[in-house]
Write a protein that binds this ligand. Sequence first.
Ligand SMILES: C[S@@+](CC[C@H](N)C(=O)[O-])C[C@H]1O[C@@H](n2cnc3c(N)ncnc32)[C@H](O)[C@@H]1O
Length: 139
Amino acid sequence: MEPAYGDIAHRVAVPEHSKTLLDIGGADGRLAITLAKQYPNLSKIITADISKDMTDRARKRVQRHRLECRIKAEVQDVHNLNYENNYFDVIVSLGSLHHWRGPAKALLELHRVLKTERSSLNWITKLVLNRRAARSRKV
Ligand SMILES: C[S@@+](CC[C@H](N)C(=O)[O-])C[C@H]1O[C@@H](n2cnc3c(N)ncnc32)[C@H](O)[C@@H]1O
């Protein structure tokens, strides 16, 4: 079942002043595009993924939606991000954390690039957990 990105985007805490958002493990960019449409105040959105293939798909999708001026798709490893300290107002990650080889290191890295004040960190793993629970109930 494909996640309903509109519903998910509504659950992301985007403070009013927010301009910069990182979607880490953003795959083909669907959530980033949905967030861009839902929150016009976000002027710089980065959808970052370790997979080059996913990042290429995200770039194409962003172009199709004519959002290149607001969304960049970049190859990045959450354990070693190429962004300066205190850069993002909002970080979101949907269903990616369970893939990370070093979640503690990754969290420190996300903490480094997240602004220290009036910022928002959003973990969305519930869908994945729910899917797992649904599968285990069937067994
Ligand atoms: C299940 S997909 C979720 C994709 C997207 N967030 C969504 O829900 O539509 C997990 C994504 O995390 C990415 N990923 C895995 N390890 C990563 C890492 N170390 N750094 C960045 N992205 C990573 C994968 O390449 C994959 O695209």
